[in-house]
Design a protein around this ligand. Structure first.
Ligand code: SIN
Length: 318
């Protein structure tokens, strides 16, 4: 276990939420308490030493955007380059935590741990889950050998690529699908199920581009559409006409697309829009075959395929 500092960056979410009644786990307002207050409420966390705290944002993560993800990536990177810092913990809402985790992993590929954590119940709840999740996240961040971006919730450590919110209400709302979690945190100890993936740090010019941004339009616009029974092409036609750079189609099963939707996507591609296929299935991966009409993002959910496509477009200057 590292004795170096762990930095905790607060961004809001249910973990910082409050309700007017302690028995209300649904009718609360997210992002009310500061990260200082959350950390101070956990016995022994600060007094044990080695904890640095910073409020980076305060929002309900349904409203997360890429400018904030960019700011978070740069701040986490800044801390991780310090020799006195072993890892970064980020408190975040559960609703888009998997997107932020995937973004940070894609952009930073950190050789030290970035551990995102959250809560399904507000801080005012009779049985709030946030404090234990935060302690578990610190345990993971302090672990020797830990690296890359993970999400810690309900005693489970999920990898940034696989993690997905699967439940609207249960405390263990996340799953890593058939890959399974990286490990478990039990009574302050990490039990690894599979070895850490060795990360090699930020690659490509993306980090430089994020640092160099001076305002204005930056993110290539990418939308998501869903294939379903009775799907048509009008949504895609409207999106393409609005000038998007990319469309991710959440296909049925192995990423198949309704014939009418497919025609609209082909037309959009002819007009210069990049089309990528994912699946609306929660588990499994799209398996590419020679001659596929649209490229597939194997193993990425539609929201993560969207981030991957945005970063691709950004890298190529599209
Ligand atoms: C949020 O995502 O910020 C609100 C919901 C949650 O954290 O569970």
């Amino acid at each position: 276990m590292s004795s170096k500092n762990i930095v905790i960056l607060g961004t809001g979410g249910t973990i910082a939420g409050t309700a007017s009644r302690a028995c209300d786990n649904v009718g609360y307002t997210a992002a009310q308490l500061t990260i200082d207050a959350l950390v101070a409420a956990i016995p022994g966390l600060v007094s044990g030493g080695g904890i640095l705290v910073e409020q980076l944002a305060q929002l309900d993560s349904k409203d997360m955007d890429f400018d904030l993800m960019r700011r978070l990536a740069l701040r986490a990177h800044e801390f991780l380059t310090r020799s006195d810092v072993a890892g970064v913990v980020v408190t975040h809402g559960t609703d888009t935590i998997e997107e932020t985790a995937f973004f940070l992993q894609s952009v930073l590929g950190p050789t030290k741990p970035i551990v995102l954590t959250c809560a399904m119940r507000p801080a005012s709840s009779l049985q709030a889950d946030g404090p234990q999740n935060m302690l578990d996240a610190v345990t993971v961040a302090r672990n020797d050998g830990a690296n890359g971006v993970t999400v810690v919730c309900a005693g489970m450590v999920h990898g940034a690529v696989e993690v997905q919110k699967m439940h609207t209400y249960k405390l263990d709302a996340f799953s890593s699908g058939d890959v399974g979690p990286v490990g478990y945190v039990e009574e302050g100890r990490l039990r690894l199920i599979r070895p850490w993936t060795e990360n090699t740090g930020p690659s490509s010019g993306i980090l430089k581009k994020l640092m160099a941004w001076g305002g204005g339009d930056f993110w290539p616009e990418v939308e998501i559409v869903l294939s379903h029974a009775g799907a048509g092409g009008s949504t895609v036609a409207a999106i393409a006409a609005s000038g998007v750079k990319g469309i991710v189609v959440a296909g049925t099963g192995n990423g198949t697309v309704h014939e009418k939707l497919e025609q609209a996507l082909l037309d959009a591609r002819t007009a210069g829009v990049r089309i990528v296929r994912s699946t609306r299935c929660a588990n499994g991966r799209v398996m590419s075959r020679p001659g596929d009409v649209f490229e597939a993002r194997e193993g990425l959910s539609p929201v993560k395929a969207r981030i991957a496509l945005m970063l691709d477009l950004l890298a190529t200057g599209a």
